[in-house]
Design a protein around this ligand. Structure first.
Ligand SMILES: Nc1ncnc2c1ncn2[C@@H]1O[C@H](COP(=O)(O)OP(=O)(O)OP(=O)(O)O)[C@@H](O)[C@H]1O
Ligand SMILES: [Mg+2]
Length: 454
């Protein structure tokens, strides 16, 4: 993994996430409320159910008088009664053997207190309601295990709505938080696309009120930054422009002076003239860099790239021919790009002049055009010495010169590729330099510009 990417990833993954924090906090809150509500409903339901079952025992006992009691057989078949049913026993006060019973094998304790009681009978616990009347003792009983089962079953059914709703509410929490925070995503993308060539303010439409002051202050900062960069660019452009006039005058004076220089001093005088020429080149490049950094004009007339490539080749043809360099352009395309013709021409000329400057005599320089997605690429491939891999990341830096020995007398200023980068960045294109991969020495220098729609 690319080290800067992995460190950026590590930094990002360690950051507290507003979205995750919100989701976790809300999920915990919803779950706690759901659990508390379920427990209390369960308990209330159990208490209510027990009271209801007690009421049933009491009501059955109350009704067991007269004819209804007579309906109970005096000697029903033993063990014929389902275990879930209630057992009714009627006996004379003081008598141990009941007069009537729905389950004669069960002998409910005659001594049980009036009202509700809980007793062990035949190794099982029973809930008993005892009603004493003058002439009889009525006992209505139910197995505690059956009661408990009924209570549990009913109470458990109250948990279903919560069990179904909880995952739905948790899902809703995730969706709501996600959708709310998604409104910040365009902001992040806009902020990421900001660089020295694109100092556009962040969009404020649809930005939540809480974030708006933050976005507005960033926008004010971007505005100030753009002003500072623009005034720095204007200063460089003005300074280069102002320096051009005295330098041209100096050059003229040197030209006029040459015939008067004695033969012995001619060599040193030539050095002086070369120095003046180099300063002139540096000022020219500075001016071009300042212009490349200038903000875009509102309307751009699409530029025809093939004619620019042909012009660039014919511009260096005399020097190339003199040095036996085979320079040619093939795979020409008729496409136009969204960029000013002058800018594209400067970018292509810089790449071609580099190729000529660094390719040894008898070498080859190829220019090619290719379409890729929505961009048009112009590639310049040479048979020069190439560039050390460790220097490649810096070739676009201002004033950077790699250790490539020039094949011409004039040394470069180290600004050519910075100008290329500034021009391509201005139009949303790219500039790429790499060593050749086909086993030959040399570099492939390429620039891209957005294709104009036809
Ligand atoms: N085709 C090439 N072959 C080998 N090295 C190159 C090539 N093009 C660029 N370089 C290296 O990259 C450095 C930066 O190039 P750049 O064009 O920015 O500056 P320059 O050519 O030195 O000066 P300028 O273009 O301003 O006259 C060069 O100094 C050179 O070392
Ligand atoms: Mg150059």
């Amino acid at each position: 993994m690319n080290p800067s990417f992995s460190s950026a990833f590590a930094r990002y993954s360690m950051r507290p996430s507003l979205r995750n924090n919100l989701i976790i906090a809300l999920a915990v809150l919803v779950s706690v409320v759901a659990i508390a509500q379920s427990v209390s409903t369960y308990q209330l339901c159990r208490t209510g159910m027990s009271a209801l079952l007690d009421l049933r025992l009491e009501q059955v006992a109350m009704r067991m008088r007269g004819d209804l009691a007579d309906a109970i057989p005096s000697a029903p078949a033993r063990g014929s009664q389902p275990s879930r049913d209630i057992v009714i026993t009627i006996r004379k006060p003081g008598a141990n053997v009941p007069l009537r019973s729905t389950e004669p094998s069960l002998s409910l304790p005659a001594s049980a207190p009036a009202g509700f009681s809980s007793e062990m009978v035949n190794g099982e616990r029973w809930r008993i309601y005892t009603l004493r009347r003058d002439a009889s003792v009525i006992q209505v009983a139910q197995r505690s295990s059956v009661r408990n089962e009924l209570v549990r079953e009913t109470a458990l059914t109250t948990l279903w709505p919560t069990l179904i709703l909880l995952p739905l509410v948790l899902l809703a929490v995730v969706v709501i938080v996600h959708r709310t925070l998604r409104r910040l995503t365009p902001l992040g993308q806009a902020a990421q696309s900001i660089d020295a060539a694109h100092l556009n303010p962040l969009p404020v439409t649809g930005v939540p009120g809480e974030v708006l002051p933050f976005v507005e202050s960033i926008n004010r900062m971007i505005e100030r930054l753009a002003q500072v960069i623009e005034s720095e660019r204007e200063f460089i452009a003005d300074a280069a422009h102002e320096l051009r006039t005295p330098l041209t005058a100096l050059q003229l004076q040197a030209d006029n002076l040459q015939p008067h220089i004695v033969a012995g001093n001619q060599e040193r005088f030539q050095e002086l003239r070369n120095g003046i020429a180099r300063s002139g080149m540096l000022i020219g490049q500075l001016l071009r860099l300042a212009r490349a950094d200038a903000p875009l004009d509102a309307a751009i007339e699409p530029a025809d790239v093939s004619s620019i490539v042909v012009d660039a080749v014919s511009g260096v043809l005399p020097i190339a021919a003199a040095r036996g360099i085979d320079i040619g352009a093939d795979a020409m395309l008729a496409d136009k790009v969204v960029a000013s013709r002058a800018d594209v021409a400067i970018a292509v000329k810089n790449l071609v002049s580099n190729a000529v400057r660094y390719t040894p005599d008898g070498g080859t320089i190829d220019l090619q055009m290719r379409r890729e997605a929505n961009a048009l690429w112009i590639e310049v491939t040479d048979t020069g010495p190439g560039i050390a891999e460790e220097s490649l990341p810096r070739v676009f830096d201002r004033f950077f010169r790699a250790n490539s020995s020039t094949q011409v007398d004039v040394e470069g200023t180290g600004l050519g590729l910075s100008i290329v980068k500034a021009i391509t960045a201005k139009y949303g294109g790219q500039a790429v330099i790499r060593n050749r991969h086909d086993g030959r020495s040399g570099i492939v220098a390429a620039v891209s510009f957005p294709l104009a729609s036809v």
